[in-house]
Design a protein around this ligand. Structure first.
Ligand SMILES: Nc1ncnc2c1ncn2[C@@H]1O[C@H](COP(=O)(O)OP(=O)(O)O)[C@@H](O)[C@H]1O
Ligand SMILES: [Mg+2]
Length: 384
């Protein structure tokens, strides 16, 4: 199953517009912007999207795959063409939205299913559920998986939130990657809460997820594989570089804005220093969560460990970021896996779902009697 030259991998992604990191790098080079830390090399290190995709393609080529990347650019015809001429043996699925809508992510995976092309990562149902944080939390709750208590509010009037205790955090319910999460998302009283809820409605045009804020340690739990899934070394986001008065959260600015003073103030520690007992609970919880939501191939589960050592699942990221050296890939590296080896493993998971060719018609069979018989494989799909 390892990468033979003839295995065609199409890395599909969807991007239109300007790569902000490429722009920033040019501005740094011409001196029109300075790094807030005074360390320009920090900014130089941030990969542009193009570089990230290139790194992935090169790594898969190194593993022996015939690999190419296609930016579908919000264009259905381009998407279809990438899947038909030539038809890839497997898609490396990095498409996270369509028509600027993250709620259509699952439909793109559904198209691969309809065309019967194996693809990396989670199936449509899982993508759909995890993109809708409220629904995913309902399912976790139904399975007694601890997740912060919450309420979804889509329109006025904002109800009294009986059963929820301040501080609360207000997030857009269908976003990713800390979009809409800032210092002000964490609220201590009703007036702040109302302001944030209305802000989410206006800016993101979607319901607000109001959730109990869990003060405590932030853990990123990466899981890889299917039969059986395996937990990689756990990461902790260490916030100790943040000024005392700041909320310990991964805000949008700290994650993405190199010109913000909070940028990369959190430090990833992997493996996280956890007692054996806590680690056992993290593992059991992460694997159950992965299974209950039907995650496949690779996923990352955000958790918090509160002051009384109680664990909570914040959210689940199917098809998480695969940038070398961070998040999922940092956990894989701590486990001794190489960047290209991890990518190969993920592709192999997808290839193992490849269906055997259909049985030949009766006349043809007589002529090919001497050829080895191919047993049809059953598809497990991982949808629970
Ligand atoms: N209930 C919560 N308690 C404490 N921190 C939270 C909570 N919800 C979100 N956060 C903080 O906000 C970050 C982003 O929220 P998350 O739910 O993971 O959404 P996203 O999909 O944007 O990553 C988390 O990594 C965490 O730092
Ligand atoms: Mg998250």
């Amino acid at each position: 199953m390892s990468g033979s030259k003839r295995t065609r991998v199409a890395v599909l992604y969807n991007f239109v517009g300007v790569d902000q990191y490429a722009v920033l790098r040019r501005r740094v080079r011409v001196g029109s912007v300075v790094s807030p830390t005074g360390r320009i090399e920090d900014l130089e290190k941030i990969a542009t999207l193009r570089e990230e995709i290139q790194a992935l393609v090169l790594a898969l080529q190194e593993e022996g795959f015939d690999c190419r990347a296609v930016n579908i650019r919000e264009d259905f015809n381009r998407l279809l063409e990438a899947l038909t001429s030539p038809r890839p043996d497997v898609v490396f699925n990095l498409v996270e939205f369509f028509n600027d809508n993250a709620l259509l992510e699952d439909r793109v995976a559904g198209l691969y299913d309809l065309l019967d092309i194996p693809y990396t990562g989670s199936p449509p149902l899982t993508l759909a559920l995890c993109q809708r944080k409220g629904l995913a939390k309902q399912i976790l709750k139904a399975h007694d998986i601890p997740t912060p208590r919450f309420k979804l509010v889509a329109a006025e009037p904002i109800p009294t939130l009986r059963g929820l205790r301040y501080p609360l955090i207000v997030k857009p319910v269908w976003e990713d990657a800390s979009a809409g999460v800032t210092e002000r998302s964490v609220v201590d009283e009703r007036a702040q809460l109302e302001e944030q809820v209305r802000h989410v409605w206006e800016k993101f045009q979607q319901p607000a997820l109001i959730e109990e804020y869990i003060e405590g340690r932030e853990l990123g739990v990466s899981i890889i594989g299917n039969k059986p899934p395996r937990m990689l070394p756990v990461e902790e986001m260490d916030f100790s570089d943040l000024p005392e008065e700041r909320r310990r959260i991964i805000s949008f600015e700290s994650k993405w804005d190199p010109l913000h003073e909070d940028f990369h103030k959190g430090t990833l520690v992997c493996p996280a220093k956890l007692s054996r007992a806590v680690l056992r609970r993290v593992k059991a919880l992460a694997l159950r969560t992965y299974q209950v939501l039907g995650c496949r191939d690779y996923s990352r589960i955000d958790m918090r460990l509160d002051r009384r050592n109680k664990l909570f699942v914040l959210e689940v990221n199917p098809n998480p970021d695969l940038t070398a050296g961070v998040a999922f890939m940092a956990s894989a590296a701590a486990d001794g896996m190489t960047f290209s080896g991890t990518l190969r493993f993920i592709v192999e998971q997808a290839l193992s779902r490849r269906k055997a060719p259909p049985a030949e018609p009766a006349e043809a069979k007589a002529e090919t009697k001497s050829e080895a018989k191919i047993e049809p494989k059953t598809e497990s799909g991982g949808e629970s």
